[in-house]
Design a protein around this ligand. Structure first.
Ligand SMILES: C[S@@+](CC[C@H](N)C(=O)[O-])C[C@H]1O[C@@H](n2cnc3c(N)ncnc32)[C@H](O)[C@@H]1O
Length: 265
């Protein structure tokens, strides 16, 4: 029996947990506090699934790229504690205003997740709650520079090269692993990008960074992507462009699931 969740396996047929590696989701969950205003957010079903699958009630979910707070709201809905970081103060303040967990804590930090100093604050938060570790980490970084999230220097969407992006992402991973309980789970949500006529497999590169840090890969989920706002309603233009060239249109992204157990590559 898993010791990392509250699923009742005597009633497994009724479980709402998805166990396939292909996720086709046509509609985002817009209930509760999820309004989807933030360009570059992920759908609430993603943190919902992983919080249920990989944590028990009152454990701690961690997100070093809070954005509009999708993970924070799901943690609140599912009675989990939450610690999160984002480099943009306005976003952190906005999410803070909307969070009001009843019997749990939700602590949001403004800072750069690549920096050890920022994680010192996260460790301080843990200490204040008399905890040492988080039990689940969900990382949804910028997909390199596809969407510019801010003008801030430390923002991963302002990195100038793939090398710089991967170094910074690796720093976030390293900091996260330090506070993640041993044998618990870390999830990365990432898509690829296309630059100057070349497909850049960001998903595979990020997978590699996680493996270099000793995480054990448990699953790769392929999830459909229903066009971003710029692409929505322009399907035929993109199809024409693809047909008149030699590439395929992005319709998927990756969800990479790792266990924090040593694995030597
Ligand atoms: C893809 S979005 C996350 C969206 C989030 N999952 C949601 O549903 O709203 C990436 C976020 O990372 C933040 N970010 C970029 N670089 C960062 C850094 N170095 N440290 C902390 N946050 C950073 C951006 O401000 C942005 O909000």
């Amino acid at each position: 029996m898993p010791i990392f969740n509250d699923l009742n396996l005597n009633d497994w047929e009724k479980s709402e947990i998805w166990t396939d590696s292909l996720w086709i989701i046509h509609e985002r969950d817009k209930t509760g506090k999820h309004n989807g205003f933030y360009h570059g957010n992920f759908i609430p079903q993603i943190p919902h699934q992983f919080i249920l699958r990989y944590t028990k009630k009152n454990e701690i979910v961690f997100d070093p790229f809070i954005g509009s707070g999708t993970t924070a709201y799901e943690a609140e809905n599912l009675n989990r504690n939450f610690i999160g970081i984002d480099i943009q103060k306005e976003l952190v303040d906005y999410v803070k205003k909307n969070i009001e967990p009843k019997n749990n804590f939700s602590d949001l930090i403004t800072g750069d997740s690549t920096k050890i100093e920022t994680f010192k604050k996260a460790k301080e938060v843990l200490k204040n709650h008399k905890k040492k570790n988080v039990q689940l980490a969900i990382l949804h970084p910028p997909y390199a520079n596809i969407i510019k999230f801010s003008q801030l220097k430390g923002d991963l969407s302002n990195t100038k090269s793939l090398k710089e992006f991967l170094e910074k992402f690796s720093a976030v991973l390293k900091n996260t692993i330090e506070i993640l309980e041993k044998d618990r789970y870390l999830v990365i949500v990432i898509g690829d990008k296309y630059t100057a006529g070349r497909w850049i497999p960001l998903g595979f590169y990020c997978l590699n960074e996680a493996q270099k840090l000793g995480l054990t890969l448990k699953s790769i989920i392929i999830k459909n992507m229903e066009g971003n706002r710029a692409k929505r309603n322009k399907e035929s233009i993109w199809r024409y462009r693809a047909l008149s060239s030699d590439y395929y249109i992005f319709k998927h992204e990756y969800i990479l699931i790792f266990k924090n157990s040593p694995w030597n590559i």
